[in-house]
Design a protein. Structure first.
Length: 165
C-alpha cells in the first residue's frame, strides 16, 4: 500500500468519527429546525471524507497505471529483459575477477566502474573516466591504506620501480 492510500484510509476513519461526534451534539430547542450546532462539524466531516475518498481513488488509479506501464514495458522489451540485464552485470563482475590479478586492483576497479556506468546507459566521457579513476583511488585508499587489506597490485609497482631505478 502506498502512503496516499494509508493517508486516505486514516482520513476516512477520522471523518467518520468526526461525523459520529458531531451527531452526538445535542440539538438546541432554539434552533427551530434550521442550521444547528451540528451543521459545521458535519460539513467538515463530509468534506474530510470526500477528500479522503478522492485520495484513496487517486492512489488506486496510480497503482493501476503503474502496473499497466510495467506490463507494457515488460511485453515490449521481452519478458526476461530484467534477467538479461542482471546477467550482463554478472558478466561484468566476472570479467573484473578475471582481470584483477593480471592488471591490479586500481586499474581493474577503474575499468569495472566505467563499464558498469556505460552498461547502465552513460556514454563514454571525461566525467565517466574521472569518476572511474577517482572511485578506484578512493577504494584503494580506504581498503589498502586505511584498513590494511592487501589487494592485488598487478605489474605496476615492479614497473614503477624499474622505471625510477
Amino acid at each position: 500500500m502506498t502512503k496516499d492510500l494509508y493517508a486516505g484510509a486514516v482520513g476516512l476513519a477520522i471523518a467518520v468519527s468526526y461525523w459520529v461526534g458531531a451527531d452526538a451534539i445535542r440539538q438546541s430547542p432554539l434552533s427551530g429546525g434550521g442550521v444547528g450546532a451540528q451543521a459545521v462539524p458535519k460539513l467538515l466531516g463530509v468534506a474530510l471524507g470526500g477528500l479522503s475518498a478522492l485520495l484513496i481513488l487517486q492512489a488506486v488509479v496510480a497503482r493501476r497505471r503503474s502496473r499497466l506501464r510495467v506490463m507494457a514495458a515488460t511485453s515490449a522489451t521481452g519478458r526476461d529483459s530484467r534477467h538479461q540485464r542482471a546477467l550482463g552485470m554478472l558478466l561484468i563482475g566476472a570479467g573484473y575477477l578475471l582481470v584483477v590479478d593480471v592488471a591490479g586492483y586500481v586499474p581493474a576497479l577503474a575499468l569495472l566502474i566505467a563499464l558498469t556506468a556505460m552498461y547502465n546507459g552513460q556514454r563514454w566521457s571525461a566525467v565517466v573516466a574521472g569518476v572511474a579513476v577517482v572511485g578506484a583511488a578512493v577504494y584503494y585508499v580506504v581498503f589498502v591504506q586505511l584498513l590494511g587489506i592487501p589487494l592485488p597490485p598487478g605489474p605496476w609497482p615492479a614497473l614503477w620501480t624499474a622505471m625510477t631505478g
